[in-house]
Design a protein around this ligand. Structure first.
Ligand SMILES: CC(C)(COP(=O)(O)OP(=O)(O)OC[C@H]1O[C@@H](n2cnc3c(N)ncnc32)[C@H](O)[C@@H]1OP(=O)(O)O)[C@@H](O)C(=O)NCCC(=O)NCCS
Length: 216
C-alpha cells in the first residue's frame, strides 16, 4: 500500500490519473476540465440522473463541481475512454463513454471498515452497456483502491429501481447491508478480505497503471 494516512496524497492523485485495460480496449483518465461539457450533456438525460441519483446542474455548476472533486483529497474521479475510438481518432472527448468514481470515507469508530471506498459508476453511452464493461471497470477501480490506497471496505449506494446496477454489484460479491425507504436506495457492501483480494486480482489479470500527466 502506498498510502498510510488514509487519504489521496497529492502525489498519488497526480500519479494515478492514467490507467489502461488491454483486454477490453478501454482507458481511464482523471476527470479534467475539458471533459466537463460532454459530462454535462450526459447529465442532461433525466433517466441517467435518476439512475445515478444526480441533481441537474448548469454547465457553470458542473465546472465548479469538477474543481471541487479535483481538490478534494477524498474523491478520485476517472473518465472512461473507448480505446478503439481513441486509437482511431486520437480524440479524447469523442472517446469518452462514462465515468468511474471512488469516494473515501474515514471512520473513527469502525476499525474493520476504517477506510471505506464508495463506488460510483456510469457507462453513459448506451451502446457500450451490457458488454461487461461496467463490471470490469468496477474491478479495476477496486484493485486500484486496494493496492494504491489501502481501502478496507467498498460500498455502493444504489436506487432501489436500478436492478441492473444492484445485480452487477451482487455479481461482484457485494451483499445488501441496508436500505433507506426515505431515499429509496439500497447500500451494498463488501469487506476487503483475502478471498476478495484474490477474486479482484484474478479478474483483473491485465490491469496496469500507466504513465501520468499533471492535474488541471
Ligand atoms: C449499471 C452499469 C454501470 C452496468 O454496466 P454495464 O457495462 O452495462 O454492465 P455489464 O455488462 O458489466 O454487466 C454487469 C452485470 O449487470 C447485470 N446486467 C447487465 N445488463 C443487464 C440487463 N440488461 N438486464 C439485467 N441484468 C443486467 C448482469 O448481472 C451483469 O453480469 P453478467 O454479465 O455476469 O450476467 C451501466 O448499465 C450504467 O452505467 N447504467 C446507467 C447508469 C447507472 O445506472 N449507474 C449505476 C449507478 S449506481
Amino acid at each position: 500500500m502506498k498510502s498510510k494516512n488514509y487519504r489521496f496524497p497529492p502525489s498519488i492523485v497526480r500519479d494515478v490519473n492514467h490507467k489502461g485495460m488491454e483486454k477490453l480496449w478501454k482507458l481511464m483518465f482523471k476527470l479534467e476540465k475539458d471533459h466537463v461539457p460532454k459530462y454535462h450533456k450526459w447529465m442532461e438525460n433525466e433517466e441517467l440522473r435518476e439512475q445515478t441519483a444526480s441533481d441537474r446542474l448548469s454547465l457553470e455548476e458542473e465546472f465548479a463541481m469538477q474543481q471541487t472533486w479535483l481538490l478534494d483529497e477524498n474523491k478520485c474521479t476517472f473518465i472512461i475512454l473507448d480505446k478503439e475510438t481513441m486509437e482511431g481518432t486520437n480524440n479524447e472527448l469523442e472517446s469518452m463513454i462514462g465515468d468511474a468514481n471512488l469516494y473515501l470515507n474515514v471512520s473513527d469508530d469502525d476499525e474493520a471498515a476504517k477506510l471505506t471506498g464508495e463506488i460510483g459508476l456510469m457507462v453513459a453511452e448506451p451502446q457500450f452497456r451490457g458488454r461487461g464493461l461496467g463490471k470490469e471497470i468496477a474491478l479495476c477501480l477496486m484493485r486500484y483502491g486496494i493496492e494504491s490506497i489501502g481501502i478496507l471496505k467498498f460500498q455502493a449506494v444504489i436506487s432501489m429501481k436500478n436492478e441492473i446496477s444492484i445485480k452487477m454489484f451482487e455479481k461482484l460479491h457485494f451483499v445488501k447491508e441496508s436500505a433507506s425507504e426515505v431515499f429509496k436506495e439500497v447500500t451494498l457492501t463488501r469487506t476487503v478480505d483475502e478471498d476478495f483480494i484474490r477474486f479482484v486480482r484474478k479478474s483483473t489479470s491485465v490491469y496496469q497503471e500507466l504513465s501520468t500527466r499533471p492535474n488541471e
